[in-house]
Design a protein around this ligand. Sequence first.
Ligand SMILES: C[S@@+](CC[C@H](N)C(=O)[O-])C[C@H]1O[C@@H](n2cnc3c(N)ncnc32)[C@H](O)[C@@H]1O
Length: 354
Amino acid sequence: MIKYIGSKRTLLPVILDAVRAVPDASTVIDLFSGTSRVGHALKAAGYRVLANDHNAYAAALARCYVEADAEDVLADATRLVHELNALPGRAGYFTDTFCVKSRFVHPRNGERIDAIREAIAAKSLPPELEAVMLVSLMEAADRVDSTTGLQMAYLKDWAPRAHNSLELRVPAVLPRSPHGKGRATCLDALDAAALFEADIAYIDPPYNQHSYLGNYHVWESLVRWDKPAIYGIACKRVDVRERQSIFNSRPRFAESLRAVFAAVSAPVIILSFSNEGFIARKEIEAMLAELWRGRATITTIENDFKRYVGAQIGIYNPRGEKVGKVSHLRNKEFVYVVRREPAAASQVGVLPLA
Ligand SMILES: C[S@@+](CC[C@H](N)C(=O)[O-])C[C@H]1O[C@@H](n2cnc3c(N)ncnc32)[C@H](O)[C@@H]1O
């Protein structure tokens, strides 16, 4: 899986336990799927998963890990990984943009990325197989990148891993769930919430002003392969400026989250949110308590974590000198589980975990 800020890798056991505690649930919708780690774990646990994210690279990850089934794509993907790993490099848009104008990937690997991406495009593969191959390429590029996990900037000197040779691997695609085929969409969360029915809705929105498209623009350009005009030192796609999410707006966040809750038809909502987010726990609990005309039972699970790697490393100026101070090194991730109850009373419970 790619390095992704806000990925719920460490929260997976908590989320899985919360899902398993819902009796008779078979379908889960993940409205902000990101890496699709959560959807992948749920599919592995037997659930039918519908995964949505408004960025194309995340939709490719969802199509690979949630929608595609091993029995349909693995044989072809294995053959293609072997074939594409043998392709010689050939410099093109990726090398020029992300290895010469900027330095996200070493040019030797950039040339191979160009050659492999052009070959995938030329094959006009069926969408699920294409997504599997794009994910294989994205993950291979991520293993040899020269960043701290965000594409707002690259390291001054090549990271040691940037000198390794890019190598495609077959992604861990899972067999189909006994409850039916999963689905991946690339919609605004509000539209996806209104469109799909599920037993449980998992909601993991951005929690601050930083745009995921801006933080992962290299993957967006690699997946879309639209070779867009770029700006700035990080060579961001020009549409990063226009394609904004309302969930990255402090003044609009609460009303947008409320609108997503209202659009969801599932009787159980599981919400992940950090204590560093736009709105505080008390406000979220109050918002959730209003759901379904007050027929909501809320359990809040509190989890204590190390902050992301950038915070651990510290703050540096462009000359590589340590400046300023990181305010704190730990954060709390809350998982709110909300059930629609038949009785007309709402309750709030607290369950401290880690
Ligand atoms: C906190 S991350 C989700 C992380 C994910 N659960 C994981 O484990 O990888 C939030 C995601 O919301 C997506 N997003 C932001 N605004 C959105 C919107 N309006 N509609 C759909 N997805 C959106 C971002 O692209 C990002 O992948």
